[in-house]
Each structure stands twice: as structure tokens, then as C-alpha cells.
Write a protein that binds this ligand. Structure first.
Ligand SMILES: [Zn+2]
Length: 58
């Protein structure tokens, strides 16, 4: 048996504290799941806009 199935192998993602606004809807963003690039802070999208943007373009 090389594998065991336990559902507990997910690690919580490290969240980065930021203080920016969504570049699209202006929503406040105080946490990001990735390290923000300081030169692109004005282009950061909130989760909703990021998702809709990804769905809107291929
Ligand atoms: Zn947004």
C-alpha cells in the first residue's frame, strides 16, 4: 500500500496582508493568496473580478 486516503493533507494557504483596492470594482482587498507585486498593486483584482475576468477571456 503506497497510498493512504486521508482527507487531511490540504495545507492552509499562506495569505499576504495588503491594503489595496480592486482595480475594477474598487472593493477593499486586505488579503491576497499570493505575494503582491508592488509595481502592479493598482492592477490587482478582488476575487470576484479576478474570477469573472478569467471566465470572460480565454
Ligand atoms: Zn473587484
Amino acid at each position: 500500500m503506497a497510498f493512504t486516503q486521508d482527507g487531511g493533507s490540504f495545507q492552509p494557504r499562506k495569505m499576504f496582508d495588503v491594503n489595496v483596492q480592486c482595480g475594477q470594482c474598487g472593493a477593499k482587498i486586505d488579503k491576497l493568496p499570493f505575494e503582491p507585486d508592488p509595481s502592479r498593486l493598482s492592477n490587482i483584482l478582488c476575487r470576484d473580478c479576478y474570477r469573472s475576468k478569467r471566465q470572460g477571456q480565454r
